[in-house]
Write a protein that binds this ligand. Sequence first.
Ligand SMILES: [Zn+2]
Length: 248
Amino acid sequence: MIRYRICELKRLAPSAWLAELATLRDLLPAASPDLSSSAVARWPAHALAVCPRCGAFVRSGPAPHPSPCALCVAVPPPFDAARSLFAYAGDVRAAIVAAKYAGRPYPADAVALRLRETLAGRWKDLIPDGAPTTVVPVPAHPRKYFRRGFNLPALIASRLSRHTGLPFDPLALSRTREQGPQARLPGILRHENVERAFRVPRGRKVPPAILLIDDVYTSGATAEACALALKSAGADFIVVVTVARAVL
Ligand SMILES: [Zn+2]
């Protein structure tokens, strides 16, 4: 599945490559954002149209957008749906960059509350009624975890589990390879960077319905690799929720 989507990406026009390279701005020092709960409550959610399958931001039109994007029509992703609460910009981006690369505290609790509100509101149809959904974070490689002292998706997912009452399973997936930072790679290389990087630990029972949590959705490579591993191990239904989505 990923290989076909890589083929699609390889057809990107030069302008799209330039847009991918713009993600190199992640290497720049982050500003100092206001991380108070009241500030996070004011962060502007992305409320315009999105692809109903992969959650790609559509440049115009009301939400929800009626039809999937061209890439999802050509090659449906291995997850059932994906959504991102914010655009990866401004204080949203600065808070993530400051936490991941400068060790600043991240307002995980306030962000989880925003996610809970949205899941109960305009995203309420994402998860089928009555489905016993388990919150699963995108894992970090153990070496990276011990280097940073935390895994941001797990931090957010644990708070979301606490606020929603949904079960939390941080060990459903493990990361088998440590890669360079995804933020530094163009789209094609992001897919190759994470392909087969995740697996379900041997003998572990996978929850049937999963809310997969990550901090940033960029090319979708990480979400696709996680979803492939989980579905190969028996998961039926996977919704990917990220705090932010890169605007390319
Ligand atoms: Zn799509």
